[in-house]
Design a protein around this ligand. Sequence first.
Ligand SMILES: [Zn+2]
Ligand SMILES: [Zn+2]
Length: 140
Amino acid sequence: MKGACLCGNVEFEIQKDSLKLYQCHCKLCRIQSGTFSNWATIIPNEKFQFLKGEKHIKSWVKDTGFRADFCRDCGASVPNPLRNSPYYWIPAGTLDESVKAKVVSHIFMGSKSPWEGDSQEVNVYEEFPGFEKHIACLNG
Ligand SMILES: [Zn+2]
Ligand SMILES: [Zn+2]
């Protein structure tokens, strides 16, 4: 299976037929992903390879070791080597839409966002409802 950043400058490939994902709800992952959790997986190095664009990747490393790699051109999260382990961290949203995957764990639930799961009574649209309607819904 393959994956890529938004602009397509970074592409990678994983030698697996299906993936088990986790969601991390820690504050760092919330900020990095811009939403309530990071959806990701971790796979052995030998199952992963970049196809192109490694020179387009920028890396930010916190003193605790938390690392965020992203495409310098479009800002999308991209896979990164997991500290000093023989594994790669893979952000699930970058993967092909045909990928077979399921969530098997949630971690750092104690840090979850107060608005997470608050989606009982909402407007649901199969596609974009249109700019005017969307803005009115969010600012009404
Ligand atoms: Zn990019
Ligand atoms: Zn996290």
